[in-house]
Design a binder for this molecule. Sequence first.
Ligand SMILES: [Zn+2]
Length: 487
Amino acid sequence: MSETILEVDLANPLLPGESTVLTLNFNGQVPLLIRRSGRNSKEGVALSMAQWYPKMAEYDYDGWNAEPYLGREFHGVWGDFDVTLKLDKKYVVAASGYIQNPKKVGHGYSDKKGRSKKGKLTWHFVAPNVHDFTWSADPDYIHDIYAGPNNVVLHFFYKNNPKIIDGWKRLQPKTAELMSFYNQAVGEYPYNQYTVAQGGDGGMEYAMMTLITGERTFGSLVGVTAHELAHSWFQHILATNEMKHEWMDEGFTSYISTMAVDKILEKQKTFPIESSYRGYLYLAQSGLEQPQQTNANRYEHNIAYEITAYNKGAVFLGQLGYIIGADKLTTTLKEYYNDFKFKHPTPNDFRRVAERVSGLHLKWYLTDWTQTTNTIDYGIKSVKSNAEGNTSITLERIGLMPMPLEILVNLKDGKKKIYYIPISLMRGEKENPYNIKWSVLKDWPWAFPEYDFIIDENQKEIESIVIDPTMYMADINRNNNEFPASK
Ligand SMILES: [Zn+2]
């Protein structure tokens, strides 16, 4: 035994292709709720049973993934879970798997009524092809069932607390809409059931279910459910090792759930993931940032871990849409899911899909954005009339990270022009996303700190010049992105 890891020496070595059976008897005591798991949550949920059994460590191309569980990210082995729980009859149980004896347990799993509350009751669940099995139980749970998309059955368990019942009822159709959104944006949910249960602390994703705190405003209830449900795709089905590549789970989940909530709650923001950009820009200038490839458990500051995983991870996708085009990003996400579900993909796997979809080289993007803390900062250095009556513009690259640039020129007569400067590292450029013609200029060799180009107009005709009018490039200092300089 080493910290939380048990090492077992096999009597005989296990050769490739062979199998063995491990049987483990264990006793545990359910503690008062500690972070994710335990009894008597703040909101009075009796049992929040996450991370409650000895788990097999994953063995893969990386060797043994036997990292201690710190109440945060986890990685696991897919398998079929067959779980029998014998509990006092008073409890209603929510769990990862499909109930096998609904007639016997009643409680909304069947319409059986009038059971005695004395003695024990056995609950039998089966969860196929999951890498985790979680359950929760409470004597006062209300259990509702709602029909989700593609015949998926949605289960909701929440305390019989008059203050929250209305919100939890209204959450049910929204959860179905969220699932439809993810089915469309990423790929089809492969299980027949998903459960939202009040329990634990904050919100945490588990296989086929989530435990969330329930005493929330409606917006917060939808927001947390959107986030945890989206994890089904990234943490449970794709299941990147989120201790190593936390941003591919938390970041992609944040990105897609923010887009979903924007649509489902009809917020219709022009820039839904703006707050992710704001978070990242704050961190990039805080002096606390560590490279995104840092192991989730090795950050010096928790805030650096959180912003890097969630915000910078969401910006990774938002900005990739800027680099390869929004439609190509949409296709990339779908192909990525289709190609890598149940395979534990790595950052490189995602990059290769994006490259195949876009036809552009993206190794540089992974290098600068995920392996360093290099920042993006481009500026307009000078704008001058030249002898021919045209205008010479000099741009400068102040940050170390290269990016292709989109330059908007607003003319005094109201006309607009867009110039696009590719970087040679990409070996190509995206399609014009604007509904006006754009001019593709010569590549900016990434090592050069300055870049000059000439536009046909006389300087007197120019109202303003803006680097990246979309704001999807995470430039850490936008003050130098405009001419004339913004006050
Ligand atoms: Zn999350």
